[in-house]
Design a binder for this molecule. Structure first.
Ligand SMILES: Cc1cc2nc3c(=O)[nH]c(=O)nc-3n(C[C@H](O)[C@H](O)[C@H](O)COP(=O)(O)OP(=O)(O)OC[C@H]3O[C@@H](n4cnc5c(N)ncnc54)[C@H](O)[C@@H]3O)c2cc1C
Length: 428
């Protein structure tokens, strides 16, 4: 049985190892140059990742890094490799494509100095020195605490963590951590390391201000670069914090282009799967953040379950059900506490760019009645990112259904597009 696993994060690696352990011929693909997915990206050889990679190698998993799936046709995937492109045929597929950060536009979000929270964390892991930098971390969710701690450890002065979730929801979530002692300890460690930094629950970003427009005393920044962030509470109270880096993250959204293209049924949270990770399309399984945001432990468990089930060991997969239910309960609590609600989201003004690739302002998109109309009339989502950033923002702010599952769903080389045109060139 030939199994192709797409994504070598915690979900995909565990799926590959579990299936190969049952005797399946497994190919594990990831677009990144190294395995590990988002959580281990940029880290230097974490032991858990090393152990999984060693196990995969010992079991004969064929691991292809720098391999991007850009289109699909039934159980065949078009994969762009560093030097060529090929169609890869499978008997079964596990989709473990993870998630990306939700970027919500607000006035000033394109200023130099405003950065994605996960992006800042990745740069810190890769060695960025933040000594002498004043950082504010804002948005929603527990990732903010982890990013703030990474920034502090890299030398930054972290002035505030602003979470738009209402204080009651944050406290309810924190109290619920008693059911996950390891997470409670981790959260307490992070908070203790940041004990000087105020945690502002219920504050959302109103705007990021540039040097010349920021409040007096904030003009150390060059004109045009970030000098301050303005935060606002639900009752309208505002405060401005002078800073030279603003790390923004509003939680994660699953990467769904591939499962959508494969025809998998989707829910509001991600790919719809049964207890064994099987999607609505026979032969296609999904695991990890692609089935709903829930963290690395849930991703790893779902990966093992999908790998075992895809390789035919349903009994072993079912035995992991109770552990998975606990993780899904945690995912539900995470969602309930931190999922950005429309009335708490930062808001763009008429001139704020929503599509940074094609320079489309919010007023142009707002005038449209659907995502399709916005694409056709304004070119929103037609640029390099193919709507992965602005599409998620438009879906959140306008309540639109955004489905961009058309191949190729990532920029591709001309040679790859030629392979897409001639589907006959399948490789067995
Ligand atoms: C920016 C960011 C920062 C995070 N930081 C933390 C943190 O500090 N602590 C924490 O506990 N959790 C963090 N998380 C959450 C954590 O990464 C996830 O919970 C966990 O990695 C989920 O594992 P996964 O295998 O489902 O997905 P991922 O780890 O995201 O792995 C998915 C993999 O699929 C690959 N992929 C996607 N599409 C394709 C394609 N078409 N072709 C080929 N490959 C593809 C990606 O390159 C990626 O390597 C972060 C998430 C993000 C997005």
């Amino acid at each position: 049985m030939k199994l192709v696993v797409v994504g070598a994060g915690p979900a995909g690696l565990n799926a590959a190892v579990a299936a190969a352990g049952c005797g399946a011929h497994v190919t594990l693909l990831d677009q990144m140059p190294a395995a590990g997915g988002r959580i281990w990206a940029g880290s230097s050889a974490p032991p858990a990742l090393d152990a999984l990679c060693a196990r995969a190698a010992a079991l004969g998993v064929n691991r292809l890094q720098g391999a991007r799936v850009i289109a699909a046709d039934g159980l065949r995937l078009l994969v762009e490799m560093p030097t060529d492109a090929r169609w890869l045929a499978a008997d079964r597929i596990v989709v473990a494509t993870g998630a990306r950060e939700l970027q919500l536009p607000f006035p000033g979000w394109t200023l130099p100095g405003v950065i994605a929270a996960g992006g800042l964390q990745l740069m810190v892991k890769s060695g960025l020195d933040l000594h002498g930098r004043r950082v504010v971390v804002a948005g929603s969710g527990p990732l903010l605490l982890a990013v703030a701690e990474s920034a502090r450890a890299a030398g930054a002065e972290v002035l505030a963590i602003a979470d738009q979730a209402a204080p009651a929801r944050v406290w309810r979530f924190a109290a619920g951590l008693v059911h996950s002692p390891a997470r409670l300890v981790q959260a307490m460690r992070l908070r203790a390391a940041l004990w000087r930094t105020p945690y502002l629950a219920g504050w959302r970003i109103a705007a990021a201000d540039a040097g010349a427009t920021a409040a007096a005393g904030a003009t150390a920044a060059a004109d045009g670069a970030l000098a301050a962030v303005r935060l606002v509470q639900r009752d309208g109270r505002q405060q401005s914090i002078n800073c030279d880096l603003l790390a923004v993250g509003h939680g994660l959204v699953p990467e769904l282009q591939l499962p959508a293209l494969l025809g998998c049924a989707l829910t509001a949270r991600g790919v719809k799967v049964d207890a064994l990770g099987a999607s609505s399309v026979p032969g296609i399984y999904a695991a990890g953040e692609s089935t709903g945001i829930g963290g690395a432990i849930k991703a790893a468990l779902e990966g093992r379950i999908a790998g075992l089930a895809a390789a035919g060991d349903d009994a072993a997969a079912r035995a992991l059900g109770p552990a998975l239910r606990r993780e899904r309960d945690f995912a539900d609590r995470l969602h309930e506490a931190f999922e950005p609600r429309l009335d708490e989201c930062p808001r763009p003004d008429a001139t704020t760019l929503i599509c940074r690739c094609e320079d489309v302002p919010w007023r142009a998109v707002q005038a449209c009645g659907s995502w399709r109309e916005a694409r056709l009339m304004t070119r929103c989502g037609m640029g390099h990112c193919q709507g992965r950033l602005c599409g998620a923002a438009a879906a959140r702010l306008q309540g639109w259904t955004v489905n961009d599952a058309r191949p190729p769903f990532m920029p591709a080389r001309a040679g790859t597009l030629a392979a897409l045109a001639s589907r006959a060139n399948a490789q067995e």
